[in-house]
Design a protein around this ligand. Sequence first.
Ligand SMILES: Cc1cc2nc3c(=O)[nH]c(=O)nc-3n(C[C@H](O)[C@H](O)[C@H](O)COP(=O)(O)OP(=O)(O)OC[C@H]3O[C@@H](n4cnc5c(N)ncnc54)[C@H](O)[C@@H]3O)c2cc1C
Length: 237
Amino acid sequence: MEICFRSGVTVELVKHAASDADVIWAARVSTKGESSLADVEADPERSRGLINFLMRDRHGTPFEHSTLTFYVRAPIFVFREFMRHRTFSYNEESGRYRELEPEFYVPAPERKLVQVGKPGRYDFVEGTPEQHALVTEATKEAYRQAYGAYRRMLDAGIAREVARTVLPVGLYSSMYATCNARALMNFLSLRTRREDAAFPSFPQREIEMVAERMEREWAAVMPLTHAAFEANRRVAP
Ligand SMILES: Cc1cc2nc3c(=O)[nH]c(=O)nc-3n(C[C@H](O)[C@H](O)[C@H](O)COP(=O)(O)OP(=O)(O)OC[C@H]3O[C@@H](n4cnc5c(N)ncnc54)[C@H](O)[C@@H]3O)c2cc1C
């Protein structure tokens, strides 16, 4: 199989049962009991106010009555960070049961390469053209060598689970990741960098690329919740 080099990530919202109405319905049961279901579409302005109140005062549980399933294809080093988020459910492709496709991550020209500042608050600045050329050449060379070794072992009849030990974390993998809106907001607050956030985070750019796409998909299905998250400076409830 031909080796393929990529700089991007794939994110698709493949399945969801998630809307602002789910939040309203869950919150109003505390005062209205079963009849809260009828209230959902009744008064959009009140709904906006209620969602904002829940977000501001960090009443998080009404945001849990939703599910969003994302398909993600990204390098393995992104998955290692992603899977630290324990409130998601995951299923990932297997390197034991299938031959892994030779698709490898090479940073794009706009990826900032040089790290300055102190741990926990790094800034990244552009690399020189020479530094970019070095990264591109060194990563591709390492990938070719690693994949060549993998291929040689498979061709000699070695088990996939043994042969894969030589593959690097720049290899792409794919997974389904399912969460509710509350878990997603916690993820987004940590994996996007916003200067105006109440608690600015400093994530690795590649997981931020995934987070930004997830946020776009989510904002389209829960616009009031997303607006309240932004208005409350991206503090997860
Ligand atoms: C910029 C950045 C740098 C990082 N650097 C490192 C690093 O150097 N080394 C490292 O090991 N990790 C690192 N991490 C990972 C980090 O420590 C967390 O594991 C990760 O961000 C997941 O956060 P979480 O626990 O809030 O998420 P989730 O696991 O999704 O949990 C969501 C929330 O549920 C609650 N919760 C979940 N499980 C428990 C539990 N067992 N007990 C109590 N409450 C729970 C908490 O309120 C938690 O915030 C880094 C993360 C970021 C964003």
